[in-house]
Design a protein around this ligand. Sequence first.
Ligand code: PEP
Length: 250
Amino acid sequence: MKSIVVANWKMNPATFKEAKKLFEATRKAAESAKNVAIVVAPPAIFLRELSVGYKGKRLSFAVQNAHYEAGGAFTGEVSMSEARDAKCSSVIIGHAERRGMGESNEDTRKKVAVALAIGLTPVLCVGERTRSQSGEHFEFVREQLVAGFADVPPAKIPRVVIAYEPVWAIGAERPMNARDMHEMAIFIRKTIVDRYGQGGMNLKILYGGSIDESNAGEMMRNGDVNGLLVGRVSTDAAKFTALVSVLDAL
Ligand code: PEP
């Protein structure tokens, strides 16, 4: 099965000219990597122009965030149908940075349900802020998962992609240990199966947090994940290309 890479550009780059250049490098990386499915999440203001100009099939688009309401008085927001109309096939929901700006589990619950209802793939981000020996982080992640899946019809459970991103490993020096990711992947599936049924066994799970070409192979081999969500490296054309070739060669 193909490895998935979500390239979360966040609020980068500063100009559309640079975005086009970065997209061109991302497109080339995608075209030469048969075994990798790349999902690009540019800033919303650049999205449509990049997506309508792309004629290939190797790459798809995600919006970094979208509102659960269909439209109305929500200044500064983008709706899921607007994202779909701009040729997005996925939406990132509950990224740690959005949660840090006030997005709640209740918001993610509504967003996941709306995304599925209109045919977008929700990439639901979960992850604890800190870890301690007592294992409280499992309960924290469980609550995020239970909320995010609360309104998902059983048949659609396998269509949700989970991005486990421990906040302490985002923008850090190194990622989480792959063995710990493996343990978390088992926990995530078990949580969904126990609460929402067998569809949880077929969930796709991504890891995110300080991934680059030097550590991606180890995470993919031993972390029990289907792919990676990448921040910084996704906006550096050379590093991203190197990362994609590591995944392609697995
Ligand atoms: C992220 O913000 O989701 C992320 C994974 O960032 P980075 O790769 O820069 O740690």
